[in-house]
Write a protein that binds this ligand. Structure first.
Ligand SMILES: NC(=O)c1ccc[n+]([C@@H]2O[C@H](COP(=O)([O-])OP(=O)(O)OC[C@H]3O[C@@H](n4cnc5c(N)ncnc54)[C@H](OP(=O)(O)O)[C@@H]3O)[C@@H](O)[C@H]2O)c1
Length: 233
């Protein structure tokens, strides 16, 4: 019998808070943000993992100082390392293996580091020593599609919450990996130039917006709106 092998990648929901003008700087939104709403909505999305770009992970979760490689020898292609299986995961995307982690646990979630083949060999050693899982995907930059497939295949992740910042969100959207956008729009205008937006850094030659289809609108505390869209393909 002819068996057809299909890898079903995790469903990706981009879950973000933004001002009315689409800006995502948490500091500027503090006073207009309904406390606990982002997290409460996140629970409803039933993700078994959340993922952030290197800048966001550095700002909020990783050790303050970066990893310094002794050998500076790129790891090259490497198999996936599963330190342990967990009920929920935190995933970082860090092309060159710069983020330093104290342990493999982050807010009760097991940490998975997605890096490219440029990450140093001793960076992966550090991760193994600290029982942190990793996925090496892509030569020069992280191959997001392959990485997401590996997360599904090796860790059983079915719903991945993409939680920013703007550049990693833009990378996922350009790679055709965002299935849904969950936006908590808070009643405030940031208005500053050069502040990260929900989706950022996409190809400047792109002339048309990525179309979305409205799924639901919910009025939340403090006059915030929870907007849910599916991405039209
Ligand atoms: N309001 C919200 O809901 C929310 C949520 C999260 C973050 N934020 C805010 O967002 C801001 C940071 O956003 P950001 O856009 O500057 O950074 P980011 O998206 O957090 O991280 C971007 C970095 O991720 C790495 N990366 C690896 N592969 C990538 C790929 N294929 N595509 C794109 N990036 C890739 C790159 O660094 P390397 O090349 O070094 O790997 C890139 O510079 C902060 O102000 C943070 O507080 C807001």
């Amino acid at each position: 019998m002819n068996k057809i092998k299909t890898i079903t990648r995790p469903r990706v929901i981009c879950h973000m808070v933004s001002s009315v003008d689409g800006k995502i700087d948490g500091e500027s939104l503090r006073d207009v943000m309904p406390e606990g709403e982002y997290e409460a909505i996140g629970e409803k999305l039933n993700g078994d993992a959340w993922i952030c770009g290197r800048t966001t992970m550095q700002q909020h979760f990783a050790e303050p100082k970066p990893f310094v490689s002794k050998s500076k020898k790129p790891a090259g292609p490497q198999p996936v390392f599963v330190a342990r299986k967990a009920k929920s995961y935190a995933v970082s995307v860090d092309t060159k293996g710069k983020l330093l982690w104290a342990s493999g646990d982050l807010d009760d979630d097991h940490l998975i580091c997605v890096v490219s083949e440029r990450a140093p060999k001793d960076y992966l050693e550090m991760l193994r020593d600290r029982k942190i899982s990793y996925v090496v995907s892509g030569k020069e930059s992280v191959n997001l599609r392959n990485a997401v497939n590996q997360l599904g295949k090796h860790f059983g992740i079915r719903t991945l919450l993409l939680e920013g910042g703007g550049h990693i969100n833009g990378g996922f959207l350009e790679a055709g990996l965002v299935d849904e956008v969950s936006l908590l729009m808070v009643p405030g205008v940031d208005g500053r130039h050069d502040i990260s937006a929900v989706f950022d850094g996409m190809n400047p030659s792109r002339k048309a917006a990525v179309p979305l289809k409205l799924k639901s609108v919910d009025k939340r505390k403090k006059n915030a709106l929870w907007l849910r869209y599916s991405v039209v393909r």
